[in-house]
Design a protein around this ligand. Structure first.
Ligand SMILES: NC(=O)c1ccc[n+]([C@@H]2O[C@H](COP(=O)([O-])OP(=O)(O)OC[C@H]3O[C@@H](n4cnc5c(N)ncnc54)[C@H](OP(=O)(O)O)[C@@H]3O)[C@@H](O)[C@H]2O)c1
Length: 273
């Protein structure tokens, strides 16, 4: 296992996603808190966040990247260009830049940082906070196999990782980065349904969440097609088929497909502001 405990790491934009990565990578013992320098946009947030995350937090991006081995860019897509231009003088080809910003292409970041700088785009999701994340990685033109291994090792510590071509990153954004929000709505609805049929809310929420986790685990562990697994639950003339008919009438499938398509389309535009 690659040891990053001596690596200096800059996390530029320690908001929701940057903060989750700092917290989770420290908890999973992949990064040392004393070697992390994080930044935010507003001075007023720096002190409180430093206390919360247990790492140094400032608003000085240039100082943060100076001498760092790995630089995470975690600001909003519209801020990436300005940020990259700001740090360009201090970034060299010896450092690895990992951007989690949706929509912003590796070529844009390379263009702002200068030729030769290895840039990896990562698209994680919020369950990284408990080591159950899903992250897709794609590589820029100056990235070699060792860089990809390093990025994968970091994100594997907080969930699963897949490497894709850059052309798929907006699709990934619409599916697995936005996905937790869709699943929370489904979970909330199932719990509400449990309440409707008489269950206490806490029991209904537990049943819904563990059922979702269980079904997802079976898909991941067996590799079986979800349709086959669904068939195994659906006894002829039983109750599940009645429930499925309601889902089909309510167009759950097409609604979910349309949600991912819309989110992926929006992901293409984000960098434009
Ligand atoms: N949230 C997700 O589920 C998710 C998933 C995958 C990828 N992402 C990507 O992660 C990035 C951040 O999203 P988020 O949800 O974490 O947003 P967020 O909570 O608003 O975080 C953005 C952070 O950037 C800081 N910031 C703004 N301008 C800065 C500057 N010039 N220098 C340094 N820091 C600056 C902000 O600080 P202040 O608050 O002080 O302004 C804030 O801490 C986005 O590019 C998004 O596409 C997010």
């Amino acid at each position: 296992m690659r040891d990053f405990s001596k690596s200096s790491v800059a996390v530029l934009g320690a908001g929701k996603m940057g903060g989750i990565l700092v917290k989770a990578l420290i908890e999973k013992h992949r990064l040392s808190p004393t070697k992390i320098r994080a930044t935010v946009g507003h001075e007023s947030r720096a002190h409180e966040l430093s206390h919360k995350l247990g790492v140094a937090v400032t608003t000085d991006n240039v100082a943060a990247v100076d001498g760092a081995d790995i630089i995470f860019i975690c600001v909003k897509p519209q801020v990436v260009q300005e940020l990259a231009e700001q740090i360009a003088d201090k970034v060299t080809a010896k450092q690895l830049v990992i951007s989690v910003a949706a929509s912003v292409h590796t070529s844009q970041i390379e263009g702002a940082l200068g030729a030769g700088v290895p840039v990896i785009r990562a698209m994680p999701n919020t369950p990284c906070v408990l080591g159950q994340g899903m992250t897709a990685l794609c590589k820029g033109q100056y990235v070699d196999a060792a860089h990809v291994e390093d990025a994968a090792a970091l994100f594997n510590a907080v969930g699963r990782t897949v490497v894709v071509d850059e052309k798929h990153m907006d699709a990934v954004t619409g599916l697995s980065a936005s996905g937790p929000a869709y699943i929370y709505i489904i979970l909330e609805s199932l719990a509400e349904a449990g309440v409707k049929v008489g269950l206490p809310r806490d029991v209904a929420t537990l049943l819904a969440a563990q059922t979702t986790l269980g079904a997802a685990t079976v898909v991941l562990e067996t590799g079986d097609h979800p349709a086959l697994l669904k068939d195994a639950v659906t006894t002829p003339a039983g109750c599940t088929i009645d429930g499925i008919m309601e889902l089909e009438e309510g167009k759950l499938r097409v609604t979910l497909i349309k949600a991912v398509v819309k989110a992926a389309q929006r992901a293409k535009e984000l960098a434009l502001g």
